[in-house]
Design a protein. Sequence first.
Lengths: 205, 308
Amino acid sequence: MDYPLTVDIAFLLLAILAVVSGWRVFCTDSMVRASFFLLVSFIAVGVIMILLAAEYLGVAMFFMMAVEMMVMATFMVMFMMNPAGLNPMMMVHQHKFSIAAGVVIFVLLAGVALLAEFPTNPLPADLDPVTSLGNELLGDSMLIFESAGIVLLTTMIGVVVLSSHRGRYGGAHEGSMPPGLVPGGDPAGMPKEDEEEGGGHHHCH
Amino acid sequence: MIVSELLLPVFVVLATLAVGAYLVGVIDGAIGAALGAPRGQSAWLAPLTQGAWLLTQQANTTEAPDWRAWRLAPALYLALAATGLAVVPWSPTLIPTDLTTSVVLWGSVEALATVVIFLHGWSANTLLALIGAYRYVALGLSYILISMFVLIGVALPAESLQFSQVVASQAEMWNVIRQPLGLPLFLIVGLGMTFWGPFNLADSRDLAGGTASAVSGPPRLVWNLARAAMLVAFSGVAASAFLGGWLGPWLPGPLWMVIKMLVVLAVLLLIGRLVPRVQPERCVTLMWVVLLPLSFIDLIWAGMEALL
């Protein structure tokens, strides 16, 4: 293969960016920032895919991850006890287990990269990756991809329905009532109900 | 080789960015003056004066903003506008980036713009900016979907995801006639994505400026510039996708592009001055109930035409 030296330099810079921003995901203290650090990491991987001549998959990575991370950030802020994602919070938990899992997965992937035998048969130079990908997705494998897509969509809708039934402040069918500041205390941030009848009108006089 | 493959494309994009954003200010001022807005100085000088004034102002600060994101967001929005302009073909040979998936790259610019606009409002750590940011996220998804269906429509007759092929496929008939729903829908998306005129819901007056409510000085200048530049990028994409790009008699291709982009810009800015702002709740309904089904019809129309 011959390609200019700039491709190598670009690959190294993008790989460093992907790893560093991936590492920053776990160091930051905000869910919104963590989502967007992950987005930066994925964009760097997308550009590497374009360098590998996967022009459709690389560009698809940009818009899919942009929307996905935006939706993920919004959902995390909605479902967690962190108004608007502005309060600092710890982004990591189960330290021992996650460190062990990380080490095992790294060793496995590194083993695959070092030990696997990759195919070496070069493809014809005039092969159009976009066309062949389209034929693959919408040709013989169409049924598999479409059923997987429908199953994923159903799962997403089901998860939202199940989890939004009971929200932060109680059941969805009841009125929203924030929890008290002390256990068993009055709802936080709720003004005291007026005692007298027709209290809503008295301030007009 | 370096000149033709690196310097010329960068120069074309930067020049279009700067001149285009300035012309947006000029045309908008001229339309405003023609419609009876209070007239200050000449329309040619007003954008420059305003830019110079912003440049000399102090950059505002809020309580505990996310500094890096807050300062980066306007620059990133400008960079996205530049990326969008980079895929616009000026002639069969003068194309800054002739990626085979340039239509999809433009779709990614729209998707990433949602992230950047959200970040601009979120990182300021103030109430009205945050409301503007979440408002844009709620609307941005529908803009992206409408734009995607409309652009798949123009990719169908070209049988390619490349803007140069899309332009070449319009040699017999422009897409604005072949797919009559496409251009109006795309212009609405353009106004929505740059939150301009009737769809200015992220930076609107009812939020005292929305995501830009706490921004002043040079960052504000970059933000205003980026919005105008994104409008220019939109007009470039609209001209190539629907108005036949460089195609046209007598004049050279790039000149036709300039004329078509200016026409699209004038139409967008005129709508921006004439149509009142849509209420956010109604805008969501309008997008999902009216315009998204219309974009489905546009796509079915394009598909039937490609089959026949």
